[in-house]
Ligand binder design. Sequence first.
Ligand SMILES: [Zn+2]
Length: 171
Amino acid sequence: MICPFCRHDDSRVIDSRPVEDGTQIRRRRECPQCSQRFSTQEVALLNIIKRSGATEPFSREKVLVGVRKACQGRPVNEDDLVLLAQRVEETLRSTGQAEIEAHEVGMAILAPLRELDEVAYLRYASVYRNFASLEDFEGEIALLRALPSNVSSNSSTPSSASKKTESSVKN
Ligand SMILES: [Zn+2]
């Protein structure tokens, strides 16, 4: 790597550590010519294959744009959305694939969006999964009711299950 200070055509790595949950590597480098230090960051290239067959680099910003639209008027703040986009990127990177179909990006958005806001999830899913009728919505809502998206929504309801367990222990 060329030294950004004196343009010497080599540099020495003096420290290397994972950042962003291990999806990136930051290296501290030193120039043997002028002794200046600088950092580089290494991230695996992640390309998205569009329907047209063309590829483009993954963009958190594009995820944000789509999700923000679905969350309009919902009690969701910008930090939640940024975190969601980060989770989507981590999910995609954890597959270890260098190229991912645009369709899979949509799939990776669904789960965290559902945890964030069920109405926004339904909006997003209706576009993304081409809901064509009321029955499609009803089916999805039935699924949402049947499978609570996270533990905290369970624990906030009075737990009749634990009471049953207590009484069965007494018996
Ligand atoms: Zn230098």
